[in-house]
Ligand binder design. Structure first.
Ligand SMILES: [Ca+2]
Ligand SMILES: [Ca+2]
Ligand SMILES: [Ca+2]
Ligand SMILES: [Ca+2]
Length: 273
C-alpha cells in the first residue's frame, strides 16, 4: 500500500512538471536538419523535414486551447474577403548545430508594411511573423526576461533594418528591443503574385541570440526543451489588433507551448494504393 502511494505521488509529480512544460498537452517536436537549406524564399528543400502541423486559419485557432476571442482575432477594414482568405498559413521550424530555421507559407489579402506612427520596434503594427522562443525552458513565468526571445520578420521585400527584429530579455533585463544582429540572421521573402501571398524563409544563429539572452543556454542537442509561441500580425491597412496567436496567449512565457529539439525526420509517407 505504501509502495503504491509512493508510485502514485511520483506519477503526480511527473504530471505536474509535464503540465508546467506543456500547458496545452500539445508537444511540438522540432526536427534537426541534416543539410543546410539555401535561404532564398523557397522552402521546398526542407519543408518536409521540419516541424509543421498543417494550415492555421482563424477557424482552427478558435478551436485551440489557447484561443481568446478578445485578443486572438482578425480584423476587417472595408471590403475584405472571407476570413480564410484574410489570413491562413503553414509555419515550419527546424534546427541544426548553429541555426534555428523558420519558414512560413502564407495566404494574405493585403500586404501592409506601413505604420503611421512607425518606430523600428513596432513590427506588431505591420504584417509580420514572430517566433517567440524561450531557451532553455524553465518554470518561472516571465515577460521577456532572461531566456525569452522573439524573432520577428516584417513582410517588406525592401528588407529595412527593422524588418528582422529581436525582442529579448537578458540577466536582470527585460524587453530589450533591437534588430537581430546582421551576422546572426539571413532571410528571404518571396511574394507569390496572388494578392499578398508570400513565403518567408529565415535562419537565426542561436549562440549570438539565445546564448546572449540566457547564460543557461547551451549548444543545442536532441532532447533540449524550449518554449514556443507564434504571433502573426495582419493589420491589412487598419490599426493594431488583427493577429494570430498560436501555442500561447501573449508575452507571459509560462503560456507558451512546449518545443523539444528532436532527431531528423522525413516526409510523412504516402502509401502506394
Ligand atoms: Ca530555400
Ligand atoms: Ca483583415
Ligand atoms: Ca489579411
Ligand atoms: Ca496583411
Amino acid at each position: 500500500m505504501r509502495r503504491m502511494l509512493a508510485l502514485t505521488l511520483a506519477a503526480a509529480a511527473v504530471l505536474s512538471a509535464g503540465q508546467a512544460d506543456d500547458p496545452y498537452n500539445y508537444p511540438i517536436a522540432v526536427p534537426r536538419l541534416e543539410f543546410a537549406p539555401t535561404v532564398d524564399g523557397n522552402l521546398a528543400e526542407w519543408r518536409d523535414h521540419a516541424f509543421s502541423d498543417g494550415v492555421w486559419d482563424i477557424a482552427r485557432i478558435a478551436k485551440s486551447p489557447w484561443y481568446d476571442p478578445a485578443r486572438n482575432r482578425l480584423t476587417r477594414h472595408g471590403d475584405e474577403p472571407s476570413a480564410d482568405e484574410d489570413l491562413a498559413a503553414r509555419y515550419f521550424i527546424a534546427w541544426d548545430d548553429e541555426y534555428l530555421y523558420l519558414g512560413a507559407e502564407v495566404r494574405d489579402n493585403v500586404n501592409d508594411g506601413a505604420d503611421p506612427a512607425h518606430e523600428p520596434k513596432r513590427w506588431y503594427y505591420k504584417d509580420a511573423i514572430c517566433w517567440f522562443i524561450e531557451a532553455p525552458r524553465n518554470h518561472v513565468a516571465k515577460n521577456f526576461g532572461e531566456g525569452d526571445n522573439a524573432f520577428c520578420f516584417v513582410i517588406d521585400t525592401q528588407r529595412p533594418p527593422y524588418a528582422a527584429w529581436w525582442r529579448h530579455g537578458a540577466p536582470g533585463k527585460t524587453y530589450i528591443e533591437e534588430p537581430i544582429p546582421a551576422k546572426a540572421v539571413d532571410y528571404s521573402i518571396k511574394m507569390s503574385g496572388h494578392q499578398a501571398d508570400f513565403t518567408l524563409e529565415a535562419r537565426v544563429a542561436m549562440k549570438a541570440t539565445l546564448g546572449a539572452s540566457s547564460p543557461s543556454w547551451r549548444a543545442p542537442t536532441v532532447g533540449d526543451l524550449y518554449g514556443l509561441e507564434i504571433i502573426h500580425t495582419d493589420p491589412d491597412g487598419g490599426d493594431y489588433g488583427g493577429h494570430f496567436i498560436i501555442y500561447g496567449t501573449g508575452d507571459d512565457d509560462s503560456t507558451w507551448g512546449s518545443m523539444k529539439l528532436a532527431p531528423p525526420s522525413g516526409p510523412i509517407e504516402r502509401k502506394s494504393n
